[in-house]
Design a protein around this ligand. Structure first.
Ligand code: IMP
Ligand code: MG
Length: 191
């Protein structure tokens, strides 16, 4: 039970991407990734924790090439407010990516700071190739120069939860993507 504010139930939240649409987008992205990568080359997927875990789990089950998975811990939001600095909590440089084919994966591209920071650390290791994939890309101006090769769909510039995305570590388990109104962020949520 929330202490104060508006505490929505999952059914109160305005759906931005339905469960069926998410499924369709994931399959389409997987098909594009398979088409671009040789069946003979191992692909190293570097997924950004925690938001990418649900997307990662669904996507990899549609990929047909040999795969390795690495998880990178990065954090740039506190509640619905973006922090200035992106924390890369695990050292990407500890990964062995030199000469490897790498796919950087995140659930959402917002300001682009997170992906740009992780991508920079990957590129510094001289991989054989590196591409970036996001399920959602917010329609907003970006000062960071990052254009993912694979984008599921564009969404409005609103704060969303579900399908791995959280507000203070809540709502990640929703099977759809929903908008979280600002008033709900302080009030928690009832499910
Ligand atoms: P960026 O660095 O601003 O592109 O933010 C990317 C990271 O912030 C993602 O990895 C998400 O974890 C988080 N994020 C961005 N937008 C949202 C949102 O609308 N809801 C929840 N998390 C978000
Ligand atoms: Mg978050």
């Amino acid at each position: 039970m929330a202490a104060s504010g508006y505490a929505p139930r999952r059914t109160d939240l305005p759906v931005v991407i339905s469960e069926a649409r998410v499924r369709h987008l994931v399959r389409r992205l997987a098909a594009a990734i398979c088409a671009d990568h040789s069946e003979g080359d191992t692909l190293v997927i570097v997924a950004v924790l925690k938001a990418a875990v649900v997307f990662l789990a669904d996507l990899i089950r549609h990929l047909t090439m040999p795969l390795e998975i690495e998880l990178v811990n990065a954090r740039s939001y506190s509640g619905t407010r973006r922090r200035e600095a992106v924390e890369i909590l695990d050292d990407v440089l500890e990964l062995e990516l030199t000469g490897r084919h790498v796919l950087l994966l995140d659930c959402v591209l917002d300001s682009g700071h997170t992906l740009a920071a992780v991508l920079g650390a990957i590129v510094a290791q001289a991989p054989a190739s590196v591409k970036t994939c996001v399920l959602l890309r917010k329609r907003r101006p970006r000062t960071v120069d990052i254009e993912p090769e694979y984008v599921g769909t564009d969404i409005p510039d609103v704060f969303v939860v579900g399908y791995g995305l959280d507000c203070d570590n809540r709502w990640r388990h929703l099977p759809f993507v929903a908008e979280l109104p600002e008033a709900a962020a302080s009030g928690g949520g009832e499910e």
